[in-house]
Design a binder for this molecule. Structure first.
Ligand code: ZN
Length: 307
């Protein structure tokens, strides 16, 4: 029998653009119980690259809130805003190999040529600048060249998925010329650097996964195991109002009293059969129940309201 002795390393990687909310709590709980159930590490990363959207002090507020909810992470908190040299190094490597080129197109120019935008509002880039920046154009972004090959993976929740990047995103942006590195590049460089081999996160990132796998392949990184968790929505499937669902200590939530109940609700949202007597239990007790009893097969593919 083959026994995989590789250490499982999971992570939780929120963006400090607003308080922790019930949607991010579900991702925290899911990633935590899966990593711990495997006897693995659970790392914390603040995805604070999008500086105009980052709220000062919010990263620390999120960490205090998570601590109050009984979460314990391993090692130092990684902050993407301090990792720009690593992203630049990866970008240089791709450029040196001729896999990245400068693009001078505006969104409006792309929209005029591209077919209808995808569900997530992204446009398929038609490759205008592939052969060089057209005359009179300034560099707006750097794009990685994609090929006509099928990128497939098995998601622990969503099942098998495959995509051909030339038909879904086209050559995609890895850095804005005058701005931040793209999420797709940063997340891949960080997961590799931190040894993350189990990515458990919200289904809103499901369709970015093939682009991340493609970058992993180009950079010679291992591809982690993925599990995309169902999303919490507002009433009738509406987008979750993050303000109404904030869990910040700073907003006066008494997590010492209601934290255990919130964690029970998060586990039940993930399809778990949590006994009623745990509703009044403390946070650590609920998390420990989750680590011992979490069953991936029970996680629904479709989200809904936070019950
Ligand atoms: Zn272009």
């Amino acid at each position: 029998m083959f026994i995989d002795k590789q250490q499982v390393t999971g992570r939780f990687a929120p963006s400090p653009t607003g308080p922790l909310h019930v949607g991010s709590l579900v991702a925290a709980v899911g990633s935590y119980v899966m990593a711990r159930q495997a006897g693995g590490l659970w790392l914390m990363r603040m995805e604070d690259l999008d500086e105009p959207r980052v709220v000062p002090g919010m990263a620390d507020d999120m960490l205090r809130t998570l601590e109050a909810l009984g979460f314990q992470w391993d090692g130092e908190v990684m902050r993407q805003s301090r990792r720009k040299d690593a992203y630049q190094e990866a970008l240089d490597e791709l450029m040196k190999r001729g896999l990245v080129y400068a693009c001078g197109c505006s969104r409006a120019e792309i929209a005029r040529i591209a077919s209808a935008p995808h569900e997530n509002g992204e446009l398929l880039y038609p490759g205008i600048c592939r052969e060089g920046l057209p005359e009179g154009k300034e560099e707006r972004a750097y794009r990685v060249t994609v090929y006509d090959e099928l990128i497939a993976f098995n998601d622990l929740v969503m099942g098998h998925y495959s995509e051909i990047l030339t038909a879904s995103s086209g050559d995609f942006v890895v850095k804005r010329a005058d701005g931040p590195f793209a999420y797709q590049l940063a997340v891949v460089v960080d997961d590799h650097f931190q040894g993350v081999n189990q990515v458990v996160r919200g289904a809103d990132l499901f369709t970015s996964t093939p682009r991340q796998i493609y970058l992993q392949t180009l950079l010679g990184y291992e591809t982690p195991v993925y599990a995309h968790l169902p999303l919490v929505t507002g009433p009738g499937g509406a987008k979750l109002s993050k303000r109404d669902n904030a869990l910040s200590l700073a907003e006066g939530r008494d997590l010492a009293t209601e934290g255990g109940g919130l964690l029970v609700r998060a586990l039940r949202f993930l399809g778990q059969n949590v006994p009623d007597e745990l509703e009044k239990a403390g946070c650590r007790e609920v998390l420990e129940w989750g680590v011992a009893n979490f069953d991936m097969c029970r996680v629904p593919r479709v989200g809904g309201e936070f019950g």
